[in-house]
Write a protein that binds this ligand. Structure first.
Ligand SMILES: Nc1ncnc2c1ncn2[C@@H]1O[C@H](COP(=O)(O)OP(=O)(O)OP(=O)(O)O)[C@@H](O)[C@H]1O
Length: 267
């Protein structure tokens, strides 16, 4: 017997009302995510990946269909669904520690002592290798470090689901690779359920249990879902020559550039 899906997207449709009229962004999107799964959403620019993530975050409400997390309808943002954005949204006037503490307080503030809250914030920063910069402010650290603090802030809330919108998109290739490896280790330790938007085929194959490939908009939907049957722990250098890795990569590239190639629409 399979467990009830942890997250269920049921026939979701999203139509935006704009000054130029209605824009049909997503249609008939259905997706079941099991607890502990790592899912990536991939597709061409503008196909609706962020829209789908924002629906799951509760930042948007679907015009049709339903979204459910752990048996309850998603009606608004909640601490059980933490979001990490591409542009680390840290408060510039607070230290790394205080940025994380603020999130910790919002979830555990009524129930735990100030000392316990600090222990939580410190532990999350240690998990992402940022113990050395607790008292630095965002402008004093690099982009990769800011992104780590953003991930620490999300993890410190002990969310049931980690929602990530191109979290490494703005980073150089080496920093990106390092953070991907760290994320793999963190997720192995925390057993988190993760849904991540990416444009990067290698990132998707390296990290995912399943890759959700989206068709081009308007009225985009899920085209195909690819299960990545590569055992964990996954080691980057070994994967490069792994036949399963190469086959999964080829499958996603074929989807994106042959079966669903992006044709620029005239404005
Ligand atoms: N608030 C909004 N109002 C109107 N249209 C919107 C709104 N948000 C998104 N859209 C449109 O919906 C479509 C999907 O946008 P979305 O940001 O989800 O795509 P994406 O796949 O995440 O793109 P990218 O990869 O470039 O970040 C786009 O055509 C976008 O212009």
């Amino acid at each position: 017997m399979t467990a009830r899906p942890f997250i269920q997207v049921q026939n979701a449709e999203m139509v935006f009302t704009t000054r130029k009229g209605r824009f049909h962004a997503l249609q008939n999107v259905s997706l079941d995510v099991q607890r502990g799964e790592f899912i990536t959403l991939i597709g061409h620019s503008g196909c609706g990946k962020s829209t789908l993530l924002n629906l799951i975050a509760g930042l948007l409400t679907p015009t049709e269909g339903a979204l459910i997390c752990d048996g309850r309808e998603i009606a608004a943002p909640g601490p059980e669904r933490a979001v990490v954005f591409q542009n680390h949204s840290l408060l510039p006037w607070l230290s790394c520690m205080d940025n994380v503490l603020l999130a910790v307080e919002s979830v555990f503030g009524g129930k735990e002592s100030a000392a316990q809250l600090k222990v939580r914030a410190r532990a999350a920063l240690e998990l992402v290798g940022m113990s050395h910069a607790l008292h630095k402010r965002p402008h004093e650290i690099s982009g990769g470090m800011k992104q780590r603090v953003g991930i620490a802030r999300a993890l410190a809330m002990e969310p049931k689901v980690l929602l990530m919108d191109e979290p490494f998109g703005a980073l150089d290739a080496l920093t990106r690779a390092k953070l991907q490896d760290e994320l793999l280790k963190i997720v192995a330790r925390t057993q988190s359920t993760v849904i991540m938007v990416t444009h990067d085929v290698d990132e998707a194959v390296l990290l995912s249990d399943r890759i959700v490939m989206m068709t081009n908009g308007p009225a985009a939907t899920i085209g195909e879902i690819l299960a990545v049957d590569i055992p964990r722990p996954r080691v980057r250098v070994e994967l490069a020559e792994d036949a399963r890795y190469i086959a999964a990569r080829k499958e996603v590239i074929d989807f994106l550039y042959t079966r669903h190639a992006h044709v620029e629409q005239a404005a």
